[in-house]
Ligand binder design. Structure first.
Ligand SMILES: [Zn+2]
Length: 127
């Protein structure tokens, strides 16, 4: 999954997108990727680099009522983007790739990626 995400390249991937019927998401954002986007855009999105996350059985909940609308794309729908409202602050608990419990507190763009990928697991996504 990590290889598929990086090859795409993308900042997140859910297992069902590549035919794996499991509740696993991977995500990663790098200074290099962020550098390709206009600075005012990444600033508005609150987009910052973060290390690779692999989350098994993720459970997401919102941490505040703050939301934002931004264009969002998906590796499963190449070339298509839509405006999606997302929570700005979320918490995700699950298991790491080696089976240890993990908790991710995310805000801004990372929170958006987490919501997008978790939606793929529940079939709620726009993709
Ligand atoms: Zn997607």
């Amino acid at each position: 999954m990590v290889k598929a995400m990086r090859t795409a390249p993308g900042v997140g991937l859910a297992a069902p997108q590549i035919g794996i019927p499991l509740r696993i998401i991977v995500l990663e954002d790098t200074a290099e990727y962020i550098g390709y986007a206009p600075k005012d855009e990444t600033k508005a999105q609150d987009r910052r680099p973060f290390d690779l996350l692999v989350i098994v059985n993720p459970k997401l909940k919102k941490k505040s009522n703050r939301t934002a609308f931004f264009f969002e794309g998906c590796l499963s729908v190449d070339g298509f983007r839509a405006i999606v409202e997302r929570h700005l602050d979320v918490e995700v608990v699950g298991l790491s790739r080696d089976g240890q419990p993990i908790k991710v507190d995310a805000s801004g763009w990372q929170a958006r990626i987490l919501q997008h990928e978790c939606d793929h697991l529940d079939g709620n996504s726009l993709c």
